[in-house]
Design a protein around this ligand. Sequence first.
Ligand code: SF4
Length: 448
Amino acid sequence: MIPPSVSLTSSTPGATGLLLQPDLPVCQAGFPLDRYDDAFKPYAEEYLALPDHTEASVLPWLDSYVLPATDYFGDALLLLAHFYMGGEIVSLIERYGGSVSDSYVLALQALRQPDKKVIVESAVHFMAETVAILAAEDQAVWITNPRAGCTMEMMAKDWMVDPIATQLVDRYGDDLATVAYMNTSGRLKALAGHTGGAVCTSSNAHLVVDAIRKTSEKVFFVPDTHLGRNTAHRLGIDPARIAELPMPSTLSTDTCLQDLPGGLDRLDQADLILWGGFCGVHTIFTTDQVKWYHAEGWEVHVHPECPLEVVQAADGSGSTNYLWSKVANAMPGAKLAIGTEGHFVQNARRLAETRGVEVRHLADIPDATAAGCGCATMSRNDPPHLAGMLDLLRRGEAPDINRVLPGDQIDDASGTRTRLSSSEQARLVRDATLALHRMIDITEAANT
Ligand code: SF4
């Protein structure tokens, strides 16, 4: 519930356990003004003109926009953010009564809270689109910055995947089902739905792939080749029966199945066909980094978007909720190196410090060549976007480009949008919902 007026002090942590730090900058980005769309520029100008970006300066300014909106919308408003947002946005969303989680829990928010009619998300576009797919007609989903894309999702646009998927379906028919990782557009989730497959997240990929294999001989897994390989390893699938497709940038709309490495024989023998996408944030990790931390007496936990050899070398792997709970439940004196997105690790380090636990980013070793980078696109949702989105919504002047409907595609560079016709949208919602509900059913059944 959003309280009608929120007292923002640094002594009341939200569910993540994070506190605002009085002397730390509130914004991780501070973009130049040309990175804001016109409707948001006045908010960015005010924000950039603040004497500094510490809590003391930013909170009164942010309050002046957010609190009138939370008062105006009351319990109908739901603020959401993903764990990979910079720490201060995570703290701010919680301070204003919103919730922060991984992509599985975020996806269920509209479905689980039908009383929330105005849903505002600070995360990447596919996450907001997933909420919109599962939303009822009277629930509107908004994203604070529609240009916040996911580079992995961009490596598997429908126009890239569809030519290969169509040939696979032609060749294998009902023997092939698509499993679409949550980090895909609604258009690929719909492909999963109408080929008898399902959506999965990093927390349930093993459950979903295992369940789908009981009804389909072959699984076409999109887009993350590393999560696919890690899932196959966890399920004991013979590596010889995995066909990994090349980097998406090397494929064209004319690529035939027989042109792929290993040709048709390789595909015919495969139980699992992996699209060649990946996340640049999670592929900087190496087994040498794991070895270095182990030699220093640290435990290592990584996200399954990391390469298989890194996951195998680590002490454990799992979704952001898994990694957060490892830090939140570590005993005082524990030392944890975490292999995932940089903002998440910064947040985890701050939580850990309050409990006598040490946390470091896995890439942070002496003479490191790789920086522990954050998800730059997700961080495009910053305080000026949050303030502007809520103020514009309250005034009834929110730009339509910030409204998220199923099937929307945003061009990251130009900020332009392609939107499906209402009949195409309805088809997409039907198929993608099927794939999402299969995931939910599989996951809930495993958890009971
Ligand atoms: S961390 Fe990687 S996979 Fe996750 S949202 Fe960012 S670009 Fe996408």
